[in-house]
Each structure stands twice: as structure tokens, then as C-alpha cells.
Design a protein around this ligand. Structure first.
Ligand code: PMT
Length: 410
């Protein structure tokens, strides 16, 4: 678990009976070496005095957006920038509503809008207020905005009722804070480890399906969502590569720092790859390219004839883009994917040899939970002399591990 020593935590106390537990939280945080500053709303001061929190935190309590003295010492923007994490405890129903709707008319709401630090809310309220449709709607909005929600607990409430709405105990909030910093720490560590692995390298990746037109309104295609290829592009960019992503039709956002070129058909993809492949260090063919396309594309929408029960469409082979890249002079290191439903390793190994590439990533697409159009995958990276198994995991995690593996071969 990551240490809390020297972490900067801004505690915002809003109005609720559970505010009486916050001095205990501040004391425990200080024991862990955390720097704590406290903001109180007007409502909070009805339950606990600023002096108490000032005494335990060792810092003046901030409570007014328009206090010239406080602004001269550490203004609200500086406070918002200072924090590694903002914890709102207790977060009342009113505080949740104000944050969900972007109010900025007091110190608490303005700080939460003006920060790029993560904001965690620790709700505390009567059980009916918690389950009220408006609170639940605000909760969803806050979650969609990326706010962390810790709790509430169920149990006996200050009002004498029993149900969900009790604030987590100080020890439980401390545990959540520790887990938050531990997760952030391991993420940063992982990014730092992967960071520079592909620095200075140029990487070309294909992703998603291709569509092969039959007529102006119909096409042949497959179930590729593009998720695996986009995750690879993200991982390669995070590893420092200059990434070009050639994407078939898939409504995914472009990964940060990646150059994206959208295409429709296999022939389009081939043209774009051919124009971009020079000087690439690595080519990853993750797209599910249609092997065949209709021989003739009807100019007008095809009409069915009276009594017609069958139709045939003649298909011709599409260019094999991966094999084409691998046979170029000064070809980059080539990695293909093999989507198989049986004899996965044997068929993938045949593709590795037939296409003349350095590595093939075999995935068993017979399981609907993995491979095509799912969030997870499980793969075997096969090269001439080695096999590397990566068990079921998110496509993002698999992509990170594949990029680490591939970069070790470049
Ligand atoms: O997009 P997702 O929903 O996330 O799903 C990911 C995936 C299952 C599509 C991906 O992991 C995958 O397996 N991609 C390759 C699918 C495929 O078409 O495999 P294949 O065995 O038919 O082709 C082998 C390799 O040759 C692939 O690298 C393919 O990109 C390439 N190929 C194939 C045909 C062709 N005409 N040109 C090619 O470059």
C-alpha cells in the first residue's frame, strides 16, 4: 500500500451531523504524514467549529470565497491546484446536487470546479434522501463526471432510522484514501516502466473491420469493433512511439497523440498502408480485413425480382495487406493477428510462416466473451522460436503487455 507521507489532501466538510467525525479523520491522516487543509461550508459550521479542525490539521480553515485575507494567503485557485486529492466528507445531498450541476457560488463548489485533482465524495444523509430519485440522478451524473464515491454504509442513522446513508467511519475513509494512492502509484509506475520503450519508433497499426460494398446500401463485413487495435495504438503511444492508426469503420475515440486515418474497404486500407509504410519500424495488422469483396459493385440499389428466392454474389480476393508489407524491401517488424475458432496455435503458426512475418498474436474467437466485439481477450504471441501466453484480461492490459513484448524484439 502506498504511503500517505507528504501527500496533499484537501478535506471539504459540508453540512451534516457526520461532520463530528472529521477531526478524527484529520488526526489519522496527520498520523500518516499527510498534509491536510480543510474547507468548511456554512452548513458544516453549524455542526462543528472551524477552530477544532484548525487545531487538528495545524492549518487555518478556509470557509469563504470572498475573504480578502484568506485569498491573499492561499487563494481558492491555489488551493485547488495544491491538492493531490480532494475528499468531500460528509457529502450532503445538497453538496452532491450542487457539484452535479456545476455550481460555483461558494468556496466548496468553486474549488471542485477549478481543480484537476481527483474528487472523492463520502455521502452522508438520511436513508430516504439517499434513495430519492433526485439524489440517485445526481449520483449518476457525478459518477459519469469521474467523481469517486466512497460509501455510504447501511445502519442506524442519527435520525433514529435504519438504512443506507451512514458516512463511512474515519478508519474506512483512510483505507479508501490509501487504496486510491496505491492504485495511482502503481499506474504511474507501470506508465514509467512502459514509458520510453518505443521512444523514437514509428508504428503503423490497422484496426477494426473493413466493409466491402455490394451496392450503394449493402456491404459484407464482420464483427470487429476496433477495440483491440485502438488499445494497441494507445499502448504504443504511451510507450513513446509515433503511431499511425488505419481504422475501418468503428465509432471509437482517437487515442491521444495518435494519427488516425479512416478507411472503408480492404482496398482503401491497402492504399493507405502502402502510402504510410516507408520508414515504419513496426507494423501491427490487427484489422479484421475481409478476405473477399464482391466482384462487381452495383451502381444502384439492387432490386429483387418477382419470385426470386436465391441470389449469388461473385467474390474476388482482396489484397493480403500484412503479407504485402512483410515482402517489401526494408519491411518493418511485422506482427499479425490470427482470429481462429479451432486448432488455434497450429493455424496461427501456419499464418506466421505463410505471411512471412515475425510474430503472430493468436486469439480464440469461438468464445463470445473474448476476441471480436468484446472488452476482453486472451492471446498467444507466437514467433519462430517462442510462445508467450497472456491470459484473459482487458484489451487495454493485453495491449500493454504485447507492446512490452514486441518492443523487446525490435
Ligand atoms: O476489433 P475487436 O472487436 O477488438 O476484435 C479484435 C480482433 C478479434 C478482430 C483481433 O484481435 C484479430 O484477431 N484481428 C485479426 C482478425 C483476422 O482477420 O484474422 P485473419 O486470421 O483473417 O488474418 C490474419 C492477419 O492477416 C491479420 O493480421 C489481418 O489483419 C491480416 N490480413 C488478413 C486479410 C487481408 N486481406 N489482409 C490482411 O492484412
Amino acid at each position: 500500500m502506498a504511503s500517505l507521507s507528504n501527500r496533499k489532501l484537501l478535506l471539504i466538510v459540508t453540512g451534516g451531523i457526520a461532520a463530528y467525525k472529521t477531526p478524527e479523520l484529520v488526526r489519522r491522516l496527520k498520523d500518516e504524514g499527510t498534509e491536510v487543509r480543510v474547507v468548511m461550508t456554512k452548513g458544516a459550521k453549524a455542526f462543528i467549529t472551524p477552530l477544532t479542525l484548525q487545531a487538528v490539521s495545524g492549518n487555518p480553515v478556509h470557509d469563504d470565497l470572498l475573504d480578502p485575507a484568506a485569498e491573499a494567503a492561499m487563494g481558492h485557485i491555489e488551493l485547488a491546484r495544491w491538492a493531490d486529492l480532494i475528499v468531500v466528507a460528509p457529502a450532503s445531498a445538497s453538496a452532491m446536487a450542487r457539484l452535479a450541476h456545476g455550481f460555483a457560488d461558494d468556496l466548496f463548489s468553486t474549488l471542485c470546479l477549478a481543480t484537476d485533482a481527483p474528487v472523492a465524495l463520502v455521502p452522508a444523509m438520511n436513508r430516504l434522501m439517499w434513495s430519492a430519485p433526485a439524489t440517485q440522478r445526481n449520483l449518476r451524473l457525478l459518477q459519469d463526471d469521474g467523481k469517486l464515491i466512497w460509501g455510504p454504509n447501511e445502519g442506524l442513522q442519527a435520525c433514529g432510522e435504519t438504512g443506507a446513508g451512514r458516512m463511512l467511519e474515519p478508519q474506512e475513509i483512510l483505507q479508501q484514501i490509501k487504496e486510491f494512492f496505491a492504485a495511482t502509484f502503481s499506474l504511474h509506475k507501470e506508465m514509467a516502466e512502459n514509458a520510453g520503450l518505443l521512444a523514437g519508433k514509428r508504428v503503423l497499426i490497422t484496426a477494426g473491420p473493413t466493409r466491402e460494398a455490394i451496392d450503394p446500401v449493402r456491404y459484407l463485413s464482420n464483427h470487429s469493433s476496433g477495440k483491440m487495435g485502438f488499445a494497441l495504438a494507445t499502448a504504443a503511444a504511451n510507450a513513446g512511439a509515433d503511431v499511425t492508426l488505419v481504422a475501418g469503420p468503428c465509432p471509437l475515440p482517437t487515442p491521444a497523440g495518435v494519427t488516425r486515418i479512416d478507411i472503408i474497404s480492404a482496398e482503401d486500407m491497402h492504399k493507405v498502408v502502402a502510402a504510410s509504410v516507408a520508414q515504419q519500424d513496426l507494423f501491427i495488422g490487427c484489422a479484421a480485413v475481409a478476405d473477399f469483396r464482391p466482384m462487381n459493385v452495383a451502381e444502384q440499389k439492387m432490386k429483387k425480382q418477382d419470385g426470386q428466392n436465391q441470389m449469388q454474389i461473385a467474390l474476388v480476393k482482396n489484397p493480403d495487406i500484412l503479407a504485402w508489407v512483410a515482402e517489401q524491401e526494408n519491411a518493418p517488424f511485422c506482427v499479425g493477428f490470427a482470429a481462429e475458432t479451432e486448432n488455434v496455435q497450429a493455424y496461427a503458426r501456419k499464418k506466421l510462416e505463410r505471411k512471412g512475418i515475425q510474430m503472430i498474436i493468436a486469439n480464440d474467437v469461438s468464445n463470445p466473451e473474448l476476441g471480436f466485439n468484446s472488452d476482453n481477450n486472451a492471446v498467444i504471441a507466437i514467433s519462430a522460436d517462442a510462445e508467450h501466453h497472456i491470459g484473459t484480461n482487458s484489451k487495454e492490459e493485453i495491449a500493454k503487455q504485447l507492446i512490452t513484448l514486441i518492443s523487446s524484439k525490435l
